[in-house]
Design a protein around this ligand. Sequence first.
Ligand code: HSE
Length: 430
Amino acid sequence: MGRAIRIGQLGCGIVGSAVLRMLARNATDIEQRLGASIEVVAVAVRHLAKERDVPPGTEALYTTDPHEIVGHPDVDIVVEAIGGIEPARHLLLEAINNGKHVVTANKELLAALGQELYEAAERKGVDLYFEAAVAGGIPLIHPLRESLAGERVTKVMGIVNGTTNFILTRMAEEGLEFGEALAEAERLGYTELDPTADIEGFDPAAKAAILASIAFNARVVSGDVYREGIADITAQDIAFAKRLGYTVKLLAIAEQQDGEIAVRVHPAMIPNEHPLASVRENLNAVFVEGESVGELMFYGRGAGGGPTGTSVVGDIIDIARNMLSGGRGPGMSTYSESPIRNIEAMYSQYYILLNVADQPGVLASVASAFGSNNVSIRSVWQEGTGDQAQLVMITHRALERDLQATLGVLRDLPEVTKITSVMRVEGGET
Ligand code: HSE
């Protein structure tokens, strides 16, 4: 018999069970590609009796003690598929300290406390792979870290949350309000038990932090990411966006601006002709810009057992190859000293919807609020008349701080009855 690489897995939920199925189903191919077999030796589960879609015989590998996995003398690679900060953090640290290589899909942990794990892995000389942590089945970490290792990446912009993309797609295509589209997503089982992390943008913010860290060789944590969710978007905003030739998406954006790193997650209007505008339903896509390579786009399924499991299994095989060749994969490089840019200093175009009095001089006062704060108006039109009058405005690219100052002046203008909506516009002017 040839060599076997031995796996211990923490967790056997949707992703964990998909990993086990894939390892079993593709065992012959994997062995031929790798020159060794992958053998699962133990799987930690919380409830032994729970029914799971796993290959025959897996039940015999179950243990309810996760320490058995991370301390198992035969385990070469620990696969973490439990999620959340604890106990995942201390289990992975224990695994690394025991000399195990690690594969994890845990974006929350990596985005908050990744550095601790990266440093522990470096100290112990083990591999820590996490392709599945960002956008499930879409290869992003490998391309950014390896294929683009010689490139200077300037911007990463993506749709990295399927739930919110599904909701925004339904709002755009069926004219639904946010609450109606959320209810449909829940009915179809597209949401997590508690959809807050998706709706409020915490999930994409964690992914943005990881992407920014890799793309810019920096230490970016979730707390560095400016974040807004999609709960305040109305059917009216989406209708105006359509009329202006835009699509509304929840974007995760990481870019280098004047030597600083700017990372943010917020809804934005993007031109219909931008490749991200056509990413519908619960799909994900990430657009990468590099100085030499130009524009790249990665597209696919960002969640679900099959896609996420594919990335996990790919990582397992990569580590197994490193083990067989006696080498190591690329570690985390965080040499960048670039500071994190505050949202106030970031640039964007803006869409602003104002309810106004329909009388002479109103447009002049509104325009003056923009002009005196250095915000240039690109287009404006009036919708409705009398009590129903609204001004729909799009600005040129402006500083967030200047836009906020403009909104402050508009709030105090008696002619402006309400600042109904403000949304960024991306993917147009640079
Ligand atoms: N809840 C996430 C999404 C998937 O909707 O994309 C896991 O990150």
